[in-house]
Design a protein around this ligand. Structure first.
Ligand SMILES: C[S@@+](CC[C@H](N)C(=O)[O-])C[C@H]1O[C@@H](n2cnc3c(N)ncnc32)[C@H](O)[C@@H]1O
Length: 206
């Protein structure tokens, strides 16, 4: 199983909050692509944060496309994400107030389920980033944390260009803090802040 956790890369998540929370509060149909979502902790972290930042009516129209390519773990990925059930250990990084607000008990004492209002916002798709075939377009935010390092160096520019094409002008791309914007896509983005891995698309592609 891939290494992941709830609320990973706090610096980047904080930057996303700083820049997107005011803009999306009442926006209908916000779209997020979480590319390389592993077993679901990351898209559910995004769902929790956007539920906090958005008016309920707007949050009900949010869609998170959560994608991964992991063939061997596919049934596990699909089940985790659809069911939204995680162990006590899995949820240890969820801040307590969010745990109490967004998780409900199951029949097993050490298993906890995300509430339906969050589960309904996430759609899981199998997608290999190296195929350069996005599941959709016009995203407000693409999150691809701790994934590009698994893509061969020579292909990272192509993947970042796919993100640039898939984002709305003014939309954001988020990486882990140590991942620079690959050179091919750099002209289309500006980096936000010194720390964290957030970029804003500033130029439309031809
Ligand atoms: C270290 S995990 C990161 C998970 C999550 N993004 C996070 O930061 O916690 C890397 C994930 O990237 C996925 N991945 C690697 N190469 C990929 C590719 N070519 N297409 C789609 N997903 C890929 C792996 O299957 C794995 O789930």
């Amino acid at each position: 199983m891939a290494l992941t956790s709830f609320f990973r890369d706090r610096e980047t998540l904080d930057l996303i909050g700083e820049h997107l929370a005011p803009r999306v509060r009442s926006q209908q149909g916000v779209r997020i692509w979480d590319a390389g979502c592993a077993s679901g902790e990351e898209p559910y972290t995004l769902a929790i944060l956007f539920a906090e930042w958005m008016d309920p009516g707007a949050f009900g129209t949010l869609r998170i496309d959560a994608t991964d390519h992991e063939e061997s773990d596919f049934p596990q990925f699909a089940r985790s994400i659809a069911e939204g059930v995680f162990s006590t250990t899995d949820t240890m990084w969820v801040p307590r107030p969010f745990f109490e607000k967004y998780f409900e008990a199951t029949d097993a004492p050490d298993r906890h389920r995300l509430v339906a209002a969050l589960r309904e916002r996430i759609v899981f798709h199998k997608n290999d980033l190296r195929a350069l075939s996005p599941v959709d377009s016009c995203y407000d935010l693409v999150v691809c944390k701790n994934v590009l390092l698994h893509v061969p160096d020579a292909e990272r520019g192509g993947v970042a260009m796919m993100f640039a094409r898939s984002l709305l002008l003014g939309g954001y791309a988020a990486f882990e803090a140590t991942q620079p914007m690959p050179e091919d896509a750099a002209p289309y983005f500006e980096k936000i802040g010194e720390r964290g891995g957030l970029f804003r698309k500033v130029t439309e592609l031809p």
